[in-house]
Design a protein around this ligand. Sequence first.
Ligand SMILES: *Cc1c(COP(=O)(O)O)cnc(C)c1O
Length: 355
Amino acid sequence: MSRPILARIDPQAFRHNYLHAKQRAPGARAWAVVKANAYGHGLLTCAEAVRDVADGFALLEVSEAMRLRAAGFTQPILMLEGFFTENDLCLAAAHQISTVIHCDEQVRMLELAELSQPLAVFIKLNTGMNRLGFPLEQSNAVLARLQASGKLGQVGLMTHFAEADGQGIAEPLAQFEAVSRLAGVPRSAANSAALIRNPEAHYDWVRPGIMLYGGSPMPALHSASALGLRPVMSLASEIIGVQGLRAGDRVGYSGTFTADRPMRVGTVACGYADGYPRHAGTGTPILVNGQRTRTLGRVSMDMLACDLTGIEADVGGRVTLWGEGLAADDVAAAAGTISYELFCALAPRVPVVMC
Ligand SMILES: *Cc1c(COP(=O)(O)O)cnc(C)c1O
């Protein structure tokens, strides 16, 4: 018998969320951001779910882009960090994969490369994230230099906001607008947060990621369900042991939780080696047989404890760690992180099924 832990992926929910993102950005085309194996959900599972409706896909590695091409996807595919080697660059051109260009080294590599086909690129401009991208004032020069290389198909301009989910994007958006307005090329700026909050930043292509997976890009302001998003991943397991505690008994490594009265405690087959966050302390929400309760004590490698006091459940009781009925955002908040990290951290040892 195998451990009862299981991740269920709901492709229809992914499709719903993609179409929902499209509805919120009616004038724009939308790259479905499927980097990091579709935020841990499975690249091909998610891509298949939107095969007939997706305008395009955005990811990191040329190898992942080629997996999509090999599976028959003909839409534009954008490499969000651009190419890392000349080999990446040649493969991208040969397979009609678009690429970001964010630094001089990439421009030089492109100028020297022998490409079999014209390459579509988006020049990335730095509007204050200070991660990747050319300084804004170099925008025209880079654009001119790339257009002069004679190796390109479509050239566009893009940026990525540091605070679309928080303080806002007024200043970086104004800067991007000022340098890109007269260029007359396609533009892209919005991640999920800006797609939802800033219609003025939609431009020609939006880049929704987390919202496609049913995570809220700003959980402190709006829950995913209030935004009309459906969970795509549900992490489920079972109760594999039950303990009766007396007042004063403690739970788990270091005994960080102490019962102040008699309690029933359930042991769940899920731990940090499955991707459950170890920083989720006592009180993290969890569902047992559909009833909301809380975790107790430290998460261990393969197990965690939950409060069954007043809950109808025994060994074999069904547990939802996050997903249908329990927002991943709520679990993430209790662990001091974001749903993105929970999804991406799902461990390879957890079996994944489609539902
Ligand atoms: C990951 C990523 C996105 C998607 O961001 P979400 O917050 O998940 O919507 C968009 N653009 C770039 C450049 C990214 O790296």
